[in-house]
Design a binder for this molecule. Structure first.
Ligand code: FES
Length: 167
């Protein structure tokens, strides 16, 4: 065997060994086990119902005076509230329907720094995802850093008309 031929064969063998080591080092069997992300308590997205939505009559903006409005729950925008365990924001108010079918309405802005709160249907609370404040179904603080309650508004449901009065 010629010297050149020998060196060529050695080079191929070394390359094969290096490649094999790399492949075994990179194999999936050495990868860490994928982390399974367990969903946390579902929150109800605060969607739907601006300040002038179809199906809304009255005032839902704190800056415009007394909160006093009605929602037509047969309208496309507000029909989600026909289902228990849902919520939406209309103007400055978050309106929720508990899993038991009761209506709740509180000011949407967290009293800590103003972030819109989410409704947690599982325990009928309102949670701020900014710094973690939690408010009970009457708007009172149960977990800070918020130190004052969300303003709660009265709700009256007219079952025949499928209409909800807030304020
Ligand atoms: S803004 Fe809600 S807890 Fe800070």
């Amino acid at each position: 065997m010629e010297r050149k031929e020998f060196l060529s064969l050695v080079g191929i063998s070394v390359g094969a060994v290096i490649l094999q080591n790399c492949m075994s080092g990179c194999s999936k069997s050495s990868d860490p086990t994928p982390v399974t992300i367990t969903p946390t308590t579902p929150t109800i997205p605060s969607t739907g119902g601006g300040t002038t939505s179809t199906g809304l009559t009255g005032n839902n903006e704190i800056g415009k005076g007394t909160i006093d409005f009605s929602l037509d729950l047969t309208s496309t925008t507000f029909k989600v509230l026909q289902t228990n365990g849902t919520a939406l924001v209309s103007g400055d108010v978050i309106i929720a329907r508990t899993k038991a079918g009761d209506f709740l309405a509180v000011a949407k802005a967290c009293t800590h720094q103003g972030t819109t709160v989410d409704f947690i249907a599982d325990d009928s609370t309102f949670k701020c995802n900014n710094h973690g404040s939690v408010f009970d179904s009457s708007g009172s603080v149960t977990v800070g850093p918020a130190s004052s309650a969300l303003k709660k508004y009265a709700t009256t449901f007219d079952k025949e008309k499928n209409s909800l009065k807030v304020g």
